[in-house]
Design a protein around this ligand. Structure first.
Ligand code: DGL
Length: 262
């Protein structure tokens, strides 16, 4: 039988685990290498030039080291910049993560949508273009959060994060025009679904939170092709570019479909 495919999932930190979780559940037969570029976290605080100069060669090194069949850039802050560079530099298929503006605007009833991402993502030309092309008559509010990704990292690492800190980051998403208020918020940073339950509790009114991870998982599975074989419980590797020893195995296991990452 052919050997299982290897999928490399890359993010600036732990946020891409929310994408990994969906991919593992649709392709339990694959081997997974998850790379957190924590030595350069948070990407949202770096310039466009710095991110391109960091990510393009680093992904090349990771491809050489792990020979993946497919690479997922599970980071909006990077994907809105580097996908064309990566595709022209390397042969392996890539899947990126970009703000889910089209489905959010298609489903909004009040025609008021907010896009919650890093300060980098909401400034991107790429994001503006998605709004120009797909707003479909919606008023789109861009909300660049300076701290939410770091708060999500802290929470997943078992540290206390206050409700006030989270509420302050999401408050600008909720726009009330009297006759119409925001009903849909795009989670345009892969870290944010890590806090989804708290986001729902702290929202001033209920909204639909759009997480693109299931759509990304479908795309990955389509590109991989072939039948889904038996679950492969061995193939799970976690890499931190800072080389910090990772003590998070228990917290990480659910994202790897129950496997213990090496
Ligand atoms: N997880 C990343 C994203 O989807 C960004 C977090 C950061 O490094 O600032 O945008």
């Amino acid at each position: 039988m052919a050997s299982p495919p290897t999928i490399l999932v890359f993010d600036s930190g732990l946020g891409g685990l929310t994408v990994l979780r969906e991919i593992v559940s649709s392709r339990p037969d694959a081997h997974y290498v998850y790379v957190a570029d924590d030595a350069f976290f948070p990407y949202g605080h770096h310039s466009e030039e710095q991110i391109i100069a960091r990510v393009v060669p680093l992904v090349g090194e990771l491809i050489a080291a792990h020979a993946p069949d497919l690479v997922v850039i599970a980071c909006n802050t990077a994907s809105t910049l580097v996908m064309a560079h990566l595709r022209s530099a390397y042969e392996v298929p890539f899947v990126g993560t970009v703000p889910a503006i089209k489905p959010a605007c298609a489903s909004s009833k009040t025609k008021r949508v907010s896009v919650l991402g890093t300060k980098g993502t909401v400034k991107r030309e790429y994001t503006r273009k998605l709004i120009d092309d797909f707003a479909q008559g919606c008023e789109v509010t861009l909300v660049g959060s300076a701290e939410l990704a770091a708060l999500a990292e802290r929470a997943l690492s078992g540290n206390a994060v206050s409700d006030e800190d989270i509420a302050a980051e999401i408050a600008p998403c909720f726009v009330d025009h009297g006759n119409a208020r925001t009903d849909t918020v795009v989670l345009a940073c892969t870290h944010y679904p890590l806090l989804l339950d708290r986001l729902k509790n702290l929202a001033p009114w209920p909204v639909d939170w759009i997480d693109p991870a299931p759509a990304i998982a479908r795309r990955v599975s389509d590109l991989l092709g072939g039948p889904v074989r038996e679950a492969d419980t061995a193939g799970a590797k976690m890499i931190f570019t800072s080389k910090r020893p990772h003590t998070l195995s228990k917290a990480l296991m659910p994202f790897f479909g129950g496997r213990v990452p090496a």
